[in-house]
Design a protein around this ligand. Structure first.
Ligand code: M6R
Length: 610
């Protein structure tokens, strides 16, 4: 889950571009930062524990000058976060510098082997071993391409690598296996990085790399090779050219643009994100094709992790109610349980903002190998999920940098609600056909705008909550509650437990004592939730009901009511009305408690390890 970048320019200084790229990659990990630059036939390295800001202040990185360099931001796997374990790592002679995202599984045996051959290994990382292996291979051959291919054949596990070799100025070598990596081809130079946002300053013409590919970039060109069972082969230039994609994201979209944090910027960008997603999806032939596939399937599995899983729960709910289609929502890391029944008549809807989440991709690969058809829902064009899906439906939320998924959640809900409605139409079970979802969703921009405006004062007022809390809902509300609790936990570090409200009296209510905060996510499918609010209130809980303003609930005095924009009884709009309040609550609570909402501890935005 680390972020890597490599840049080679025709002229000028690569350092500021690498540092800016690392800022955009920081969501992938912020345990340490490091940069290596080629300069005067040497590789110069600066690295340190901590964030990019402290690194720039302390490590004199900005004094490095050169046209070719690599950088890394770390989410620690092997060894604690400290200066020594920070990347880049080098060989014994300091000629090779390596940055790495991934996990080398045969780390222990390689380490023993290298140590026995006299290599002095100074860090706890698996990455350093790659530098030493390369050193051995490079000394036996004139070609770094050969040396890299042989080194890669020794590695088991996952890697995205960027490598400098002091004897080959102007080149950054790269390799990819199970960790994301893209190339960017620009007028002034070329780049390689873990994701698109990091290289937007170099180019928006990108090539997503496939597993088993490696090669080099120079200021004037790139070469890509593919590992084969007997060695490697060069990817023909014509094929490389045909894989170039143009990305619409701009560098400004990936900047804070004056906001104190990406998270709040992205919360405010939600009206735009849902509108663009709706406009892009509503007449998208891929969506229609996906709905026909789902309509005709024997089994429908919905696979995702974290927030994307919560969007998947909303999809599964709508699919049942709007299309009378049963589906099984699956937490991606649990995919193996369901493999025995997967076959050619299974359709898998895989949801992933990044399109690179390890567990989701592992599930998709396994189900695909068993014959299932894959409908991918992702925000990232050219991501691994995009490339392996039979059909891809895009969310168009723009780049999301904050670790907390906010705008991509509502964008996913937009596209998945349309997909459920279109499936209902394909199955002929909706009186008004797809208009049942199209019409309400055509107003989603203003609904989200109003929801943010009316939620903000409530969220600021409640930001001082302490301790634990319940977030309860029934029906659709129970799914929204799960996303709400995730936001509060991961960003504000407050324990928040989501529970189906009706089930709460079968155990959880025992924890409720005077003042215990209980939020209720009221949705129009479940007016019974008022009874659960009263039960909690009777035990002394501080009960706060969030609801669409036009939802009539008989709520006794003493229970706080947080009225949000009306839904006119249309459940399709309710996630858009209710979710922003909880996002803002998490955000303001984090800020009040002195935490950085963009860098929640122990987390990385894209989880590319098992
Ligand atoms: O990129 P993905 O949507 O596949 O990521 C899945 C989860 O890691 C992600 O949704 C995570 O739970 C959120 N960042 C939490 O806000």
């Amino acid at each position: 889950m680390c972020g890597i970048i490599g840049i080679t320019m025709r002229r000028g200084n690569a350092t500021p571009i690498i540092v800016e790229g690392l800022r955009r990659l920081e969501y992938r990990g912020y345990d340490s930062v490091g940069v290596a630059l080629q300069s005067g036939g040497r590789v110069e390295i600066r690295k340190a524990k901590g964030t990019i800001d402290s690194f720039v202040r302390k490590a004199s990185v900005m004094s490095l000058r050169g046209q070719t360099g690599i950088g890394h931001t770390r989410w620690a796997t092997h060894g604690p976060p400290n200066d020594v374990n920070a990347h880049p790592h080098t060989d014994c002679r300091g000629e090779i510098a390596v940055v790495h995202n991934g996990v080398i599984r045969n780390y222990s045996s390689l380490r023993e082997e290298l140590a026995a051959r006299g290599h002095r290994i100074i860090s706890d990382t698996d990455t350093e071993l790659i530098a030493h292996l390369l050193e051995e291979e490079a000394s036996g051959t004139g070609s770094m391409v050969d040396a890299l291919a042989r080194t890669l054949s020794r590695l088991q596990g996952s890697y995205a690598l960027a490598i400098l070799y002091s004897r080959e100025p102007g080149r950054v070598y790269f390799a990819k296996m199970h960790s994301p990596l893209i190339l960017a081809l620009g007028e002034e130079g070329n780049a390689v990085a873990s994701d698109i946002t990091a290289v937007l300053d170099v180019s928006r013409r990108i090539i997503p790399l496939n597993d088993g590919e490696f090669g080099w970039i120079g200021p004037e060109g790139v070469e890509i090779y593919r590992l084969t069972p007997s060695g490697y082969t060069r990817v023909p230039p014509r094929e490389v050219e045909s894989r170039v994609k143009f990305i619409e994201w701009t560098p400004e979209a990936a900047s804070k643009a004056g906001y104190p944090h990406f998270m709040i910027k992205e919360i405010y960008e939600q009206p735009q994100a849902v509108m663009e997603t709706f406009n892009g999806a509503v007449d998208d032939p891929a969506l229609a094709e996906a709905s026909r596939l789902i309509a005709g399937a024997r089994d429908v599995l919905v696979v995702a992790a974290g927030t994307s899983y919560h969007a998947g729960l909303v999809f599964s709910y709508h699919l049942y109610r709007l299309a009378r289609r049963h589906s099984i929502p699956i937490i991606a890391s649990e995919y193996k349980q369901y493999s025995p029944a997967v076959g050619e008549d299974t359709v898998v809807v895989a949801v992933s903002q990044s399109g690179e989440t390890y567990d989701t991709l592992a599930a998709v690969r396994e189900y695909q190998s068993l014959g299932a058809r894959i409908v991918g829902v992702t925000n990232v064009v050219g991501s691994a999920l995009d490339r392996i899906s039979d059909i891809t439906v895009y969310t168009r939320a723009g780049p999301e940098i904050g670790v907390a998924a906010t705008k991509t959640y509502l964008a996913q809900v937009t596209v998945l609600t349309l997909l459920a409605g279109y499936t209902g139409e394909a199955r002929g079970v909706l009186d008004r056909g797809a208009r049942e979802v199209r019409e309400p969703l055509s107003r989603v921009h203003e609904v989200v705008n109003d929801a943010i405006r009316s939620s903000e004062p409530y969220a600021k007022q409640l930001a001082g909550l302490e301790g634990s809390m319940y977030i309860l809902g029934r029906g659709l509300g129970s799914h929204i509650a799960r996303e709400a609790a995730l936001k509060v936990k991961e960003i504000a570090y407050l324990h928040a437990e989501a529970y189906p409200a009706g089930e709460s009296k079968h155990g959880p209510i025992a924890l409720v004592e005077p003042g215990f905060p209980v939020f209720i996510v009221a949705t129009s499918d479940s007016p019974e939730v008022a009874g659960n609010a009263i039960e909690m209130h009777s035990r002394g809980g501080r009960v706060m009901v969030t609801k669409p303003a036009d939802m009539g609930l008989e709520i006794p005095r003493g229970i706080e009511v947080l009225d949000l924009p009306p839904s006119h009884g249309d459940p399709v709009l309710e996630p858009f009305i209710l979710a922003p309040f909880y996002q803002l609550l998490a955000y303001y609570a984090a800020v009040k408690r002195g935490y950085d909402p963009d860098k929640p501890r122990n987390l990385a935005k894209t989880v590319t390890v098992e």
